[in-house]
Design a protein around this ligand. Structure first.
Ligand SMILES: C[C@@](CO)(OP(=O)(O)O)[C@H](O)COP(=O)(O)OP(=O)(O)OC[C@H]1O[C@@H](n2ccc(N)nc2=O)[C@H](O)[C@@H]1O
Ligand SMILES: Nc1ncnc2c1ncn2[C@@H]1O[C@H](COP(=O)(O)OP(=O)(O)O)[C@@H](O)[C@H]1O
Length: 284
């Protein structure tokens, strides 16, 4: 039985600016995505029956709503073999936490099944399929640290120095849709010129989320004692940027027990891509 194990890494939005709202309600953004060497773990195995199955940490998400299932179905028209797929999911990322776990699971599924079903689709084609599943799927499919514009689909790869992060999940769930439809969300930040330093940018969702969810504000106040800190995406996870693994580990070890967190270094290439390249080399 052919199988393939790949990570679905977390992402951070190092900043997130909202420039405008489009006629269809979606927002024009500028956001800097980086990947972390930490994420969900997925194993894909070809099966003889013609089904898409997911086992493991599926939580309370019905099969048909799982982005892994949706991604697999989207590739079905392209498969060259009449095989099904069994996906074993080990979930490490909080769902709906702003670290992109669902989108990353979808992208990793597209990358893996493209190989196992011999669909022969390019990254560009997979990213276009992925965009229909969620605004963040294309960046995970492309797998490079990137400045994203448009609704997140116009990507410019950038190289950033590796940094360490401690990411904290404040145990509250923030609905992306609710933030983007809130009247108090700022929507008119000027487009970037050139300076992308953390100090000169912001997350335009942060003030509103802090107001609606005091636990997020409390988390940021706590993290700011250790270094430059910010919320990722539409929350609720927040991160602090640090110089070393030791410094990040020290923050994690003093984390109050009512919050969860993890530490990881950033990487310019998604671990899903690094692992897929190694697997492809082994197949030769
Ligand atoms: C804004 C980001 C930044 O990373 O937030 P997080 O989800 O990571 O927190 C993402 O692009 C989100 O991507 P994703 O979570 O895939 O969003 P989608 O499912 O495509 O959209 C959820 C809802 O968010 C709103 N939405 C999303 C993206 C966008 N550029 N403009 C929007 O207005 C829409 O109301 C949409 O119905
Ligand atoms: N495999 C999956 N993992 C996580 N969330 C999923 C998955 N499939 C569907 N979802 C749904 O997608 C939503 C957004 O997930 P996620 O990408 O983790 O959030 P965010 O974009 O805020 O980081 C979740 O609230 C969940 O209901």
């Amino acid at each position: 039985m052919t199988s393939l194990s790949l990570m679905a890494p977390a992402k951070l939005n190092l900043f997130l600016h909202i420039n405008a709202q489009r006629a269809d309600g979606y927002h024009e953004l500028e956001t800097l995505f980086t990947f972390l060497e930490f994420g969900d773990e997925l194993t894909f195995s070809c099966t003889e029956h013609d089904k898409v199955e997911i086992i493991g940490d599926t939580g309370d998400i019905p099969l048909e709503d799982n982005l892994i299932y949706k991604a697999a179905l989207a590739l079905r028209p392209f498969r060259r073999a009449e095989t099904g797929i069994l996906v074993s999911l080990s979930k490490k990322l909080p769902m709906g936490g702003g670290v992109g776990g669902g989108s990353s699971d979808a992208a990793t599924t597209l990358l893996a099944i493209n190989q196992l079903w011999q669909c022969h689709l390019s990254l560009q084609e997979l990213a276009e399929i992925g965009l229909k599943l969620g605004a963040d799927v294309p960046v995970f499919v492309n797998g490079k640290t990137a400045l994203a514009q448009g609704v997140g689909e116009k990507l410019t790869a950038v190289k950033l120095p590796q940094r360490w992060f401690c990411v904290v999940f404040p145990s509250v769930h923030v609905s992306t849709g609710a933030i983007f439809t809130h009247p108090d969300l700022p929507r008119n930040t000027a487009k970037l010129t050139s300076d992308w330093q953390l100090a000169n940018t912001s997350n335009d969702c942060e003030a509103l989320v802090k107001k609606l969810y005091p636990e997020v504000e409390k988390t940021l106040v706590w993290l700011l004692k250790y270094g430059p800190s910010r919320m990722t995406g539409t929350g609720a996870c927040c991160f602090v940027e640090l110089d070393s693994a030791d410094a990040a580990q020290r923050v994690l070890s003093s984390l109050p027990s009512y919050w969860q967190g993890f530490v990881a270094p950033s990487t310019n290439i998604s671990p899903a891509h690094t692992q897929l390249d190694s697997w492809l080399k082994m197949q030769k």
